[in-house]
Write a protein that binds this ligand. Structure first.
Ligand SMILES: Nc1ncnc2c1ncn2[C@@H]1O[C@H](COP(=O)(O)OP(=O)(O)OP(=O)(O)O)[C@@H](O)[C@H]1O
Length: 827
């Protein structure tokens, strides 16, 4: 705050108030020695002066005092207030400090003047009322702020009367030299009623004790401070902010011990009171020194320190001195009048406290300057932050680039690792596929071997049955003949029934082959936890990059094509195998046909050389047989053609199916790898022949059923393959009638075992050639043996025609019954 008001000296206003005689004074028959002569003059008469004293006859017993205003007992509170304090209010709201304090001996009416009674309120209430009234009158234009504090100095200690619990407070002097009470309660309000309540509350806290001089003697100095701040409501460059404070002080009264008859605490209180009042008197003396050189010791008491500004500083000050008119209080009245009279000469330098425009502009300029400086500082800070952020961003970009490069390197390494895994998986699948092919081939060979051994056993059993039957028939015939023939029959023994070494060896081999087949079947079962399965499970989780998906997708496509190629090679091999077997069958048939030709030629030769007659029934049977043989030969040839065609079609379908599966798997995998979601079908084993192949197994294992259909001959082909041997040996048992079977000799491709078997077969053939008989009855009643069908499958027409000829000759040549003819056919 800058004090721009011009200071001017102002004399301390001193008023004197003479209270009425008290009841006690009246009882003491005290006379009135203090008189108010006029509004300013007071006369004090010495009651001890003897009027009859001649020596002092020229001397006046009266002493006259002039004050700014004087009141006697008839003066009302209102008059006192108007004459002493009311004029301060205008100055207060204009920015002038003011002080009103009541001074005088105990019981002379100081508290009465300042505080008053409910009916006759004192200066406190009236001042506050007028202050708030003035504020209210000008509040439309001006903005006010009023605060109040209230304290007492008791035994040289300061107490906050608005908050006594705060304890004793200290005095501090601020930088401008103004005395402040540290920690004092300062209540801000513009409500007069509220401030009155605070005043009453504070007065209740003030220390008052009865003494002999005053039943309500104040034992402390009381200071009520009201601060007023005022400024115009309208914003204006010339706006002033005024600030002022008003002290209203009710001092404790000086007292004489004899008068108050105080003891103990009261006496101690009186001593403190007198000491502080003495300090105040000294200050007044000093301040009233006309030369103005006397030192003013404000620091002697807290009272004088607080009144420093009021007595000698920036304040309009009013001193209201109180005296008793009674003669008994003459000394105190005289002292009071003396001090009051001296105080009149005290001059203060009054200045208006205000914040004016100049101060505002300067302040704003200062603030603007400070703000500009702050803005520049912040701008510099922002620039530094920007530079730091840009450098950090560059660093981040650099780190990101490094991380990206590293991650790209890692990504490449990861893709390479995946590629290796996929390659390993495909290698594994290829190996598995090769193994499966080998197993299938081995299985087929085993089946051929098994069929061959079964055939050996069946032949032996058939032969055994035939021998038994023959032996039984011979025995029956022998029993029916004459006794003369008994000798020859008795020599015939039962046929051999024990197994040959060949048969027992076939049985042993059969067992071995069956166990081998079981082993192969187990090997075909999918091993658990293969690399392919693990890769299949991990790959979708690992692949996260689009590039990786594309690379791995292409890799999968390449290897799917590789597997497709392997599949086709496998199919080609199987086809070649089948062709080779068919070729062997054809070769066997061809050898059989040649053998039949040879037999028929020899039979013709035999019949011709021996001029044998063929029974008619046999001739008819031969005719029927030749006719049916021709038809069946054609049907067989047609069936073979149809079977071949069907096999080709089926093979084609299987190949297409395999290709479709391969293509679908490739598309699915490509979609999975290239699509948003890398979805693989539920894990399945590429080795499990009973499941669909997995996504990664590609064409390694065909779907269930397909390989079996492809690798097993069709029903039509069964007759032309190894199953032909099996069915011919087991499908038609010996009880169905005589059965001939053609066994082929060892071929170029035969193994030693095959050669051995062929030798056994040769021996059997010899045996059959000796004992095999075909009668017309047997041929006509029983089904046509397949072996005979095989014999006549490829005979030339000429041979058949010749056969008809000699059969017809047999029928009509010798006239014998057909039953009596038997033709031994060496097959
Ligand atoms: N002008 C007056 N008119 C009527 N009664 C008065 C007047 N002045 C004082 N009295 C009465 O005199 C008595 C003492 O007054 P008061 O307590 O105000 O004296 P005091 O100076 O404050 O004393 P102390 O210094 O001991 O506090 C009170 O009962 C008061 O009512």
């Amino acid at each position: 705050m800058k004090d721009t008001g011009e200071s001017k000296d102002q004399q301390l206003t001193v008023a004197l108030r003479i209270r009425p005689l008290s009841d006690a004074e009246l009882e003491e028959s005290a006379t009135i020695v203090a008189h108010r002569v006029d509004q300013q003059m007071v006369v004090l008469m010495d009651p001890l002066e003897d009027p009859d004293d001649v020596l002092r006859a020229n001397r006046s017993r009266e002493k006259t005092y002039m004050f700014d205003v004087a009141f006697d007992y008839s003066a009302s509170q209102e008059e006192v207030y108007r004459a002493t304090t009311k004029g301060l209010i205008e100055g207060l709201i204009s920015g002038y400090n003011a002080t009103v304090f009541a001074y005088g001996p105990t019981g002379c009416g100081k508290t009465y003047t300042m505080l008053g009674t409910d009916k006759e309120p004192g200066i406190y209430v009236r001042t506050l009322n007028d202050l708030f009234r003035a504020i209210e009158e000008t509040s439309d234009d001006m903005l006010y702020s009023v605060s109040m504090s209230y304290l007492e100095i008791y035994n040289e200690m300061i107490r906050d009367l608005l908050n006594p619990a705060s304890g004793f407070l200290d005095l501090r002097e601020d930088s401008k030299g103004v005395i402040q009470v540290a920690g004092i309660t300062e209540v801000s309000t513009i409500n007069a009623q509220e401030i009155m309540e605070l005043l009453v509350k504070g007065n209740r806290q003030r220390t008052q004790e009865p003494t002999a001089a005053n039943q309500t003697s104040s034992r402390s100095h009381a200071l009520l401070q009201v601060s007023v701040k005022q400024q115009s409501r309208s914003p204006h460059l010339q706006q002033e902010v005024r600030f002022a404070r008003l002290f209203m002080i009710d001092l404790a009264g000086s007292e004489r011990a004899a008068q108050t008859q105080n003891r103990g605490q009261r006496l101690k209180e009186g001593a403190h009171i007198n000491r502080s009042l003495l300090a105040l008197g000294n200050c007044i003396n000093a301040l009233s020194d006309k030369n103005g050189h006397k030192y003013v010791n404000y620091r002697d008491s807290k009272l004088t320190r607080l009144l420093k500004d009021s007595l000698g500083g920036n304040s309009r000050t009013v001193m209201i001195a109180h005296i008793s008119p009674a003669s008994t209080a003459f000394e105190e009245s005289r002292n009071t009048l003396t001090y009051a009279d001296r105080a009149k000469s005290i001059r203060t330098r009054v200045k208006k406290n205000l914040l004016n425009v100049t101060y505002h502009i300067a302040q704003y300029t200062s603030i603007i300057t400070e703000l500009r400086g702050e803005i520049q500082r912040l701008q510099r800070k922002i620039s530094e932050q920007d530079r730091r952020q840009s450098s950090e961003r560059a660093e981040i970009r650099h780190v990101q680039a490094e991380v990206q490069a590293l991650s790209s390197h890692q990504s490449r390494a990861e893709v390479e690792r995946f590629r290796e895994q996929i390659l390993q998986t495909f290698r594994e699948q290829m190996e598995i596929r090769r193994s499966l092919m080998e197993l299938e081939n081995s299985n087929m060979d085993l089946q051929v071997e098994t069929s061959r051994h079964l055939l050996t056993i069946a032949d032996w059993e058939q032969e055994r049955s035939r021998r038994r039957r023959k032996w039984n028939e011979t025995r029956e015939e022998s029993e029916g003949k004459e006794e003369s023939e008994k000798d020859s029959d008795s020599s015939e023994s039962a046929p051999e029934t024990s197994e040959t070494h060949e048969v027992s060896s076939a049985r042993e081999n059969l067992l071995l082959l069956m166990s081998e087949q079981k082993r192969i079947h187990k090997q075909k079962v999918r091993p658990e936890g293969s690399q392919a399965q693990r890769t299949e499970e991990l790959l979708p989780q690992r692949v996260s990059c689009e590039g990786q998906r594309q690379v791995l997708g292409l890799l999968c496509k390449v290897h799917e094509l590789e597997l497709e190629k392997a599949e086709m090679q496998s199919s080609t091999l199987l086809k070649d195998n089948l062709l080779r077997r068919k070729e062997r069958v054809v070769q066997r048939f061809e050898r059989h046909r040649q053998l039949c030709d040879k037999i028929i030629q020899r039979q013709r030769q035999f019949i011709h050389e021996h001029s044998l007659l063929v029974p008619p029934q046999l001739q008819e049977l031969y005719d029927v047989y030749l006719k049916e043989a021709d038809e069946r030969r054609l049907e067989r040839a047609l069936a073979l053609d149809t079977a071949t065609a069907r096999y080709a079609i089926k093979r084609e379908e299987i190949m297409k199916g395999v290709q479709n599966i391969v293509v679908k798997a490739a598309r699915r995998r490509s979609r999975a790898l290239e699509g948003d979601v890398l979805r693989f079908p539920p894990p399945s084993s590429p080795l499990d022949p009973h499941k669909q192949r997995s996504s990664l197994s590609l064409s390694a294992v065909p779907p269930a059923g397909a390989p079996l259909r492809r690798r097993q001959p069709s029903p039509e082909l069964t007759h032309a393959t190894s199953d032909d041997n099996l069915s011919s040996s087991t499908g038609e048992g010996p009880q169905n009638g005589p059965k001939t079977r053609t066994r082929l000799g060892p071929s170029k491709n035969q193994t030693p075992r095959d050669a051995k078997d062929s030798e056994g077969e040769g021996r059997r053939r010899k045996r059959r050639s000796r004992s095999f008989e075909v009668t017309g009855q047997a041929v006509s009643n029983g089904p046509i043996p397949q072996s005979i069908w095989l014999i006549v499958l490829y005979p030339a027409k000429e041979i058949l025609g010749q056969l008809k000829t000699w059969i017809s000759r047999l029928k009509g040549g010798r006239g014998k019954s057909p039953q009596n003819y038997s033709i031994a056919l060496c097959i």
